[in-house]
Write a protein that binds this ligand. Structure first.
Ligand code: PHB
Length: 394
């Protein structure tokens, strides 16, 4: 360094010293929110980012005396982009927290960065069970597929169905759902006659629905990721399966709150299991849904939105507990065991697994004030991810 540079640097240091404390970057806590804002899962990006913005609109942008700034990045649903963006956000933007993650491969792609940089990774959307095991810095506010599927299998068995075909999207969360369903349903004495897997990219359900029709099961159990339910239901009806007597049972991913009204009356009476419905009858949810709809041109929040909203609630609560300290280990420690009332109902973070513990509701599609909703009928309470719960027992 030459003398001129050294002097200039000294002058800068002196100037910084004279500035009010609020001018320091450390007084702003940055969150890097990585989501598929474009591409086939763009609805997830829109829902999560809108809910994150809503959380700040409802709760303010300061916590523990610091300003919380959210930087939204679009990974288009491509894992290499997620990884590159996570790296840039950590290295260039000095984010204290990474959040979002609309699909399982995207959450997994960021995990090594979270571990290396010791930055918490808050998974607000993706749902494969193993995700939280990919880094000790991952904490999840969405759900796991086995968590919502085991109750579906139990309901299916209780409804008297003996023979079922499963139909899932062919990637990690779909395989999770397929396995969890089969394990529980066969343990209850049922038979899975065929396990059908539909490609994630440009899915054409028609040939698989033909297989379902040919098998003539009592019921078909379905998982497709958020945003794809409309296409599935359209092809289900086009193939005449709605009139075949084969009962449709699904995870709530198929009956997204933001799509269900356009699916039409064919879905009336369909049973699904999930952790969130916009029709959840609590004061917290009524306030959440009303504020979300008001801020988003009448669009209903879906389960992705509630994952984003609760992710922010978790981050704010952890920052309060550390008094604004953004050390990654301290933040994750603060999150462990955290419990609060979400719009979806009571939730907590399992201190052992950093995964969410929540109610799973059995819902039926009904008309409420002329609109289709998943109306909750009963609940499995405080459900842990069954995959990790089984491992812990061993
Ligand atoms: C996932 O990729 O983990 C995922 C995406 C959408 C869903 C569920 C799981 O609805």
């Amino acid at each position: 360094m030459n003398r001129r540079n050294a002097l200039a640097r000294l002058a800068t240091v002196a100037l910084l010293g004279a500035l009010p404390v609020s001018a320091f970057a450390a007084d702003t806590i940055k969150i890097g929110l990585i989501l598929p804002m474009t591409g086939p899962s763009a609805s997830t990006g829109r829902q999560v980012s809108a809910a994150v913005a809503l959380y700040q609109a409802m709760n303010g942008k300061t916590v523990a005396g610091k300003t919380v700034e959210v930087i939204v990045k679009d990974d288009t649903g491509a894992a290499d982009q997620t990884k590159r963006l996570a790296q840039e956000l950590v290295v260039n933007d000095h984010v204290a927290i990474l959040a979002g993650f609309g699909l399982t491969p995207l959450a997994l792609a960021a995990a090594p960065i979270a571990t290396q940089a010791k930055v918490p990774e808050i998974v607000m959307a993706a749902g494969t069970a193993i995700i939280t095991e990919a880094s000790p810095f991952i904490v999840r506010t969405s759900f796991t597929l086995p968590q919502v599927t085991v109750p579906a299998a139990e309901f299916t068995a209780k409804s008297g169905a003996k023979k079922v075909v499963t139909l899932v999207t062919d990637y990690a969360p779909g395989i999770d759902a397929e396995k969890a369903f089969k394990e529980k349903f066969t343990a209850e004495g049922g038979t899975v006659a065929a396990e059908l897997r539909v490609p994630l990219k440009n899915p054409d359900f028609a040939p698989f629905l033909q297989r379902v029709a040919d098998e003539k099961p009592d019921a078909v159990f379905v998982f497709v990721p958020s945003g794809f339910g409309g296409l599935f239901v359209k092809q289900f009806v086009e193939r005449g399966l709605d009139k075949s007597g084969i009962k449709l049972i699904a995870t709530g991913d198929v009956l997204d709150d933001d799509l269900i009204d356009q699916m039409g009356d064919v879905v009336l009476g369909v049973t699904s299991t999930h952790h969130y419905s916009a029709a959840h009858p609590s004061p917290e949810n009524k306030a959440f849904v009303a504020a979300f709809e008001k801020a988003n041109g009448g669009q209903r929040p879906n389960f992705m939105a509630v994952g984003g909203f609760d992710g922010m609630a978790l981050i704010y609560a952890a920052l309060k507990k550390t008094n604004g300290d953004t050390d990654g280990v301290k933040l994750v420690d603060a999150m462990k065991g955290m419990a609060w009332t979400s719009p979806r109902g009571p939730i907590s973070i399992d201190p052992e697994t950093r995964d969410i513990v929540q109610n799973v509701y059995v819902r039926t599609v009904e008309k409420v004030d002329g609109h289709l909703y998943n109306v909750e009928k009963s609940a499995f309470e405080a459900v842990k991810d069954p995959v990790k719960a089984a491992k812990a027992k061993k």
